[in-house]
Design a protein around this ligand. Structure first.
Ligand code: NIG
Length: 385
């Protein structure tokens, strides 16, 4: 058995009942964590990495991205910052650019974004389709996403393409498009919002996805109040994502369910939506995840540290809550928090997906906002940064 000892850790955020350990060490063997304990009692190992008092966290689990796209919408962003509004229709311009891009270009750009995320401590990434919007291009997007990301979500129901009726498009998404794309995916998603898909259409899409073996996710209550959150809860969705405009019944519905509220602070800021009510959700007992929502329209960032810092500084979350939401919360939003291969915790037997900070504690993620703090990253026990 090969073993690596990571020792001299000032603060080990285990995200288990053990919470935070100080002056800790851990042993990695065969890609998994074999031992955790006080550095003073660390066993012998084949090789040793001295982290000299740095904090170690689980790698970030980014549970909501749209990594595969062509084009650039910086002009749209600048216009919005000058007072314009964000609207679902902007998606159409990325659809045109994505269809025009070569597969090589889509792959290269998505790989660059994945590398950028990894350099900031992300060890697991979900990526959605949704900028193809016909069978050929949704399939191609899913193929690229399957190479670059750890799992793919089918988001054919991102926008009804201009010139197509809702009825015809839902028939396409739930028929030939789903058949072509589902084999590459673990989940199905729908943008349930005014200007995108109404409740009835969203229900059809999620039901068809379920018949194809895909778990449900919903882009819900992002741009205004609506039925998305309660529909997701009713259908047992893994997560309802965005959640900017919630009434008490929405919060109660999520709190009484196993559905995760995935919050996307960078998108909230970049679209000038009210920040999602993280504190209200946590106080109601909801499991919250934080993710980047990396996409060219509403949130062009791969930075999980930015999401964590914003959640702490602007959304009323404690450092512990934000780190948990960006690790175990993300894993739960993907249905990957339990079992032998469960993600988002540092625990004996779990995958050694780890993130060492150039700082003695996780608090520095918000205490030093905007400062790159990633010192090292391990995936399955292999140091990748
Ligand atoms: O999650 N809200 C829908 N989809 C993306 C934005 C897509 C775009 O504007 O291109 C999101 O914010």
């Amino acid at each position: 058995m090969s073993a690596e000892l990571v020792t001299g850790i000032a603060e080990l955020t285990t995200i288990t009942e053990q919470g935070v350990l100080h002056d800790a060490a851990l042993v990695i063997a065969d890609g998994r964590i074999a031992w955790i304990g006080p550095a003073a009692h660390a066993p012998a190992a084949d090789s040793r990495t001295d982290l000299a008092g740095r904090a170690v966290l689980p790698g970030w689990v980014d549970a909501h991205t749209h990594l595969v796209f062509g084009g650039d919408r910086s002009a749209e962003f600048a216009a919005r910052m000058a007072g314009g509004a964000y609207a679902a229709g902007g998606i159409a311009s990325t659809v045109s650019a994505t269809r025009e891009a070569t597969t090589e270009d889509l792959l290269r750009r998505a790989q660059e974004l994945r590398a950028e995320a990894e350099a900031q401590g992300t060890t697991w990434v979900e990526a959605k389709t949704g900028y193809g919007l016909d069978v050929e291009h949704e399939r191609r997007t899913a193929e690229v996403a399957a190479v670059v990301a750890d799992e793919v979500t089918f988001l054919g129901a991102h926008l009804v393409p201009p010139g197509t009726s809702m009825r015809d498009y839902v028939d396409l998404v739930t028929g030939p498009m789903l058949a072509a794309v589902a084999p590459l995916c673990t989940a199905v998603d729908v943008f349930c919002e005014r200007g995108a898909f109404d409740e009835e259409a969203a229900r059809e899409v999620l039901a068809a996805g379920a018949r194809a073996g895909l778990r449900a996710k919903v882009h819900a209550n992002q741009l205004g109040p609506g039925p998305g959150v309660r529909l997701g809860v009713e259908l047992g969705a893994l997560s309802v994502d965005h959640c900017n405009h919630l009434d008490d019944a929405d919060v109660d519905a999520i709190a009484g369910s196993t559905t995760v509220a995935t919050l996307l602070p960078a998108a909230d800021l970049c679209t000038r939506q009210p920040l999602a009510p993280a504190r209200r959700l946590l106080d109601a007992g909801v499991t919250v995840a934080l993710a980047t929502n990396c996409n060219p329209g509403s949130s062009f960032t791969t930075s999980m540290p930015f999401a964590v810092a914003t959640a702490v500084l602007q959304m009323g979350m404690s450092v512990e809550e934000a780190v948990r939401a960006a690790t175990l919360g993300g894993a739960t939003a993907l249905g990957r928090h339990e079992g032998h291969d469960g993600l988002g915790t540092v625990a004996v037997g779990r995958r050694a997906d780890l993130h060492a900070l150039d700082a003695p504690s996780a608090a520095h993620l918000a205490y030093r906002p905007g400062v790159p703090l990633t010192h090292a990253v391990w995936r399955r026990g292999v140091r990748v940064r």
